[in-house]
Design a protein around this ligand. Structure first.
Ligand SMILES: [Zn+2]
Length: 141
């Protein structure tokens, strides 16, 4: 029996016990937060120990959009909210439609205004809703 052998577990020190400065870095690398309840959980965990929710990597990696910001952007310039959401083609199309509507409006002495306003309202509504659907995973970008 070798009495000089160090105890395997009791004597072993964690890196942060040896150097307190490494603790914070180590913590941020080894833990993540449940996207449902916010409990700090291990990065390798597949379910949250607090609420039991499955940790979808897709949901965690999806870039979250701000629906209010998307709506405001399309309010300021029609189509910009769509571009912010990543729907660049739709955004440019709405911009082009609205430029055409702007000129038709003048040529028709503003009889075309309801159409112009309808596209305007649609762009704001769409930007807001698409941002929400991206956040919930309903629309994959
Ligand atoms: Zn949770």
């Amino acid at each position: 029996m070798n009495q000089e052998a160090p105890p395997l577990v009791a004597g072993r020190k964690s890196p942060w016990e040896l150097n307190p400065k490494t603790k914070r870095d180590d913590m941020t690398q080894e833990t993540k937060f449940c996207h449902n309840c916010g409990t700090e959980i291990d990065t390798e965990a597949t379910t949250c120990p607090n609420c039991g929710l499955l940790q979808h990597d897709k949901a965690l990696h999806t870039e979250q959009k701000n629906p209010g910001l998307a709506a405001v952007l399309s309010f300021l310039i029609v189509g910009v909210g769509q571009i912010y959401n990543g729907q660049i083609g739709k955004g440019i199309l709405l911009m082009v439609i609205q430029v055409i509507n702007f000129f038709i409006r003048i040529f028709t002495l503003f009889l075309w205004t309801p159409v112009y306003l309808a596209v305007f309202a649609y762009a704001i509504w769409d930007a807001y809703n698409v941002a929400k659907k991206i956040n919930s995973g309903e629309i994959e970008m």
